[in-house]
Structure formats: C-alpha cells, structure tokens
Design a binder for this molecule. Sequence first.
Ligand code: FMN
Length: 391
Amino acid sequence: MANLEVDFLGMHFPNPFMLASGPPTRTAAMIRRAFDAGWGGAVTKTILFQPSPDRRPRLKAHRNEGRNIGMENIEVLSQLSVEQWQNDLAEIKAACPERPVWASLGASEKSEWIRLTEMIQETGIDALELNVSCPHGMPGRGMGAFIGQNAELTGQVVAWVKGVAKIPVIVKLTPNVTDIAFVAKAAQNSGADGLCASNSVASLNGIDLDTLDPTPSVGGFSIYGGYSGPGIKPIALRCVAKIAKATGLPVSGLGGIDEWADTVEFFAVGAVTVQVCTTVMWRGYGFINDLKAGLNGYLDKKGYPDIRSILGVALPKIVDFPSLPLTWRVQARVDESCNGCLKCVTSCNDAGFQAIRGTKGKKVTIDSDKCDGCGLCEMVCPLNSITMVAL
Ligand SMILES: Cc1cc2nc3c(=O)[nH]c(=O)nc-3n(C[C@H](O)[C@H](O)[C@H](O)COP(=O)(O)O)c2cc1C
C-alpha cells in the first residue's frame, strides 16, 4: 500500500485529506467526529469577534438533469464566540494531538487581527489560516475578499499577523481577482508561510421563475453569494497551479473535490494537502473512505510509493500559448459501440467542420480530410464511442 502521509510546514498529516473551513467544522464535537471517521486534518469555521447572524435559507443547489453540480451559499462566518473556540480548540488538541488543526481567522482592523492571533494560538492549535477571501457578507465589514482583492492590504494583514504569530500562517486566497498570483506574491513578501486556494467563486445562484425572486430567496431578496462544489474545480485548479508556480510556497488546495481522482489533479499542480467542504456537506464524513481507498488504489496501480512522487509534476507542462506545438495533430476515431444517435453529427455540422456523416441507428463515419481534431464530438458522445487519436 502506498504511503498517504504528508508533511506541511513541519506538521505531520496521517493522510492529506482535510476538512475545509465551513459547516462540517462548525463545532469541536463535529471536528472530533470527523477525526474519528479518518480525516487527516481540519480547518475550523472562520473565527471572528462579533459574529453576524446568519440568514435563512442560505444554501441553494445548481442542478443539471437532476444532479447537483454546484451550490451557492450566503452563509457568514462562525456563530461561536472567540472564547468558546478557545475552549473547544484546546479540547480538540488534547483529544486528537496527532491531527493538525488550523484555526481560520477573520478580522478587519490591525488590533483585531493581532488580538485574535494571540488568543487563538494559545490553544495549542497547529497553524492559522487567514480568511481574506469570503466573497459575501464580510466584505461590507472590511473583511474576507475586501482584503484578498487588494494585494497591498493582503500584505499588510499578513505582516500584522506574522508580527505576533508563533505558529505557521497560511493565507486563504480568493479566485475573484484578475491575477491571484499577484496577491499570492504580496502575501509571500510579507512573510506568509503557506497558501490555500481557493475560496468560493462569486455568483448569483438563479431567479425563481414563478416569483422572479433571486435565489436563495430570503423573504424575496438575495445577495451575490459564493459558488462551490464540482462546478468550480477547473477554476480552483488554475488558482492552485498559478500560486504554486509563482511563489514556490506549500499550498493547501481545494475547490470542487468530488471524488478521489480530483485530489490527484490538485497534487499534480502542487497542493501538498487538499481540503473538502461541499462534497462533505452532501455525503458526510464517510466520504473520507472513498478518498483514501481511491488514492491508494491509484498510487499502487501507477507504482508511485507516495504522494510526493506526483507533487507538482504537471506544473512544468503548463506553458504559454506560443509554446504549444503546432505540429501536434489529432483526429476523431469512432468505435463499434456507436449507436448512431447523431449528436456528434449535429455538433460537427453546426459548430465544427461538417466532418461526420451518418444515418439514425447506424455507426457514424468520420471524414479524415475534413476533421480538424477540435475535440467537440468526443464530448457530446453519450457512449464514449469517439476518441481523439494522435496522427
Ligand atoms: C456553506 C459554506 C460555508 C463556508 N464557510 C467558510 C468559512 O467560514 N470560512 C472560509 O474560509 N471558507 C468558508 N467556505 C468556503 C469553503 O471552505 C471552500 O473554500 C469552498 O466551498 C470551495 O471548496 P468546496 O468546493 O470543496 O466546497 C464555506 C463554504 C460553504 C459552502
């Protein structure tokens, strides 16, 4: 069996799978239950002075053909007091000393950041995760993405916290910026020990067709919220790749992890640990069993002894456009499983190169003189009968 243990800024993790800051880490009792289930580490729900009350409802799914592909939330930060968290964190660390616990912190003023850091680090937790990335609710109070969307302010906050921190400081960044690498570098220049990406993507979930109210509807009103879950994975992967490349700092990666295979992709772009929020909300703490079994099976099958073997391996292969070889050619090939549904014919006719012909119920044919190798037919084929083959 491959070795799933990882080290992150001197912290030893029995496995790289962490619960992200959010509803699954709302209380100490919940975090302890997650550790019993096998999670390698956890980040608390964001701790702050003067919590804002939550609104109801605050969660709404984005569905496609009956399946949840993402979720918008308008939830704010922890409802528990800093003093309550002080007790709870000390209790978790006493009960589970071998599982790294990161406290997520949120504040606006310098004095608050410093006092919060001092009060929370006393509890014996392993690291601080600075939430400068929450897209809703908090920016109006000078917190969350209000900070993370401003590189200078981000650097300032990191410097304040680093001035008093005795444990590693990890900065959780927002994808809702023009260049996340620029903000990551500002955090690094101010002394950040590690980075985390990404928080949720700013969104408007939808409009109810009966009432024309925005959703989730709080008595007919809503706000722009944070989109999470499987739909944001490509955005989050890009964030992790960009900040890992730009800074070389250790990164904890998250955003849209929905199965073990997603975690391999995050490791390959430089994440040392990975975090999950939405999928745990949908499937519970038992999701850890799928993650561990799937990753173990993959590493064993590929002959990798540990996670280090795949860390950042994809990064040098992410290049700029002119570096993509113009001589590399592929074309579509169709196999015997094609049932002649003609979806590929429609797409190729109306958005491709009119290279596929066929009659309903019979295997289609591809004209290699016309096929440009764009890849559209492969994605619309419901039976995976079409593959792009190198010439
Ligand atoms: C309901 C909800 C509440 C969240 N609360 C917090 C929070 O308090 N602090 C924080 O840093 N991130 C918070 N997040 C963001 C998650 O930690 C995570 O960055 C984001 O959801 C993307 O990961 P996912 O696709 O695995 O959910 C919250 C997410 C959700 C869905």
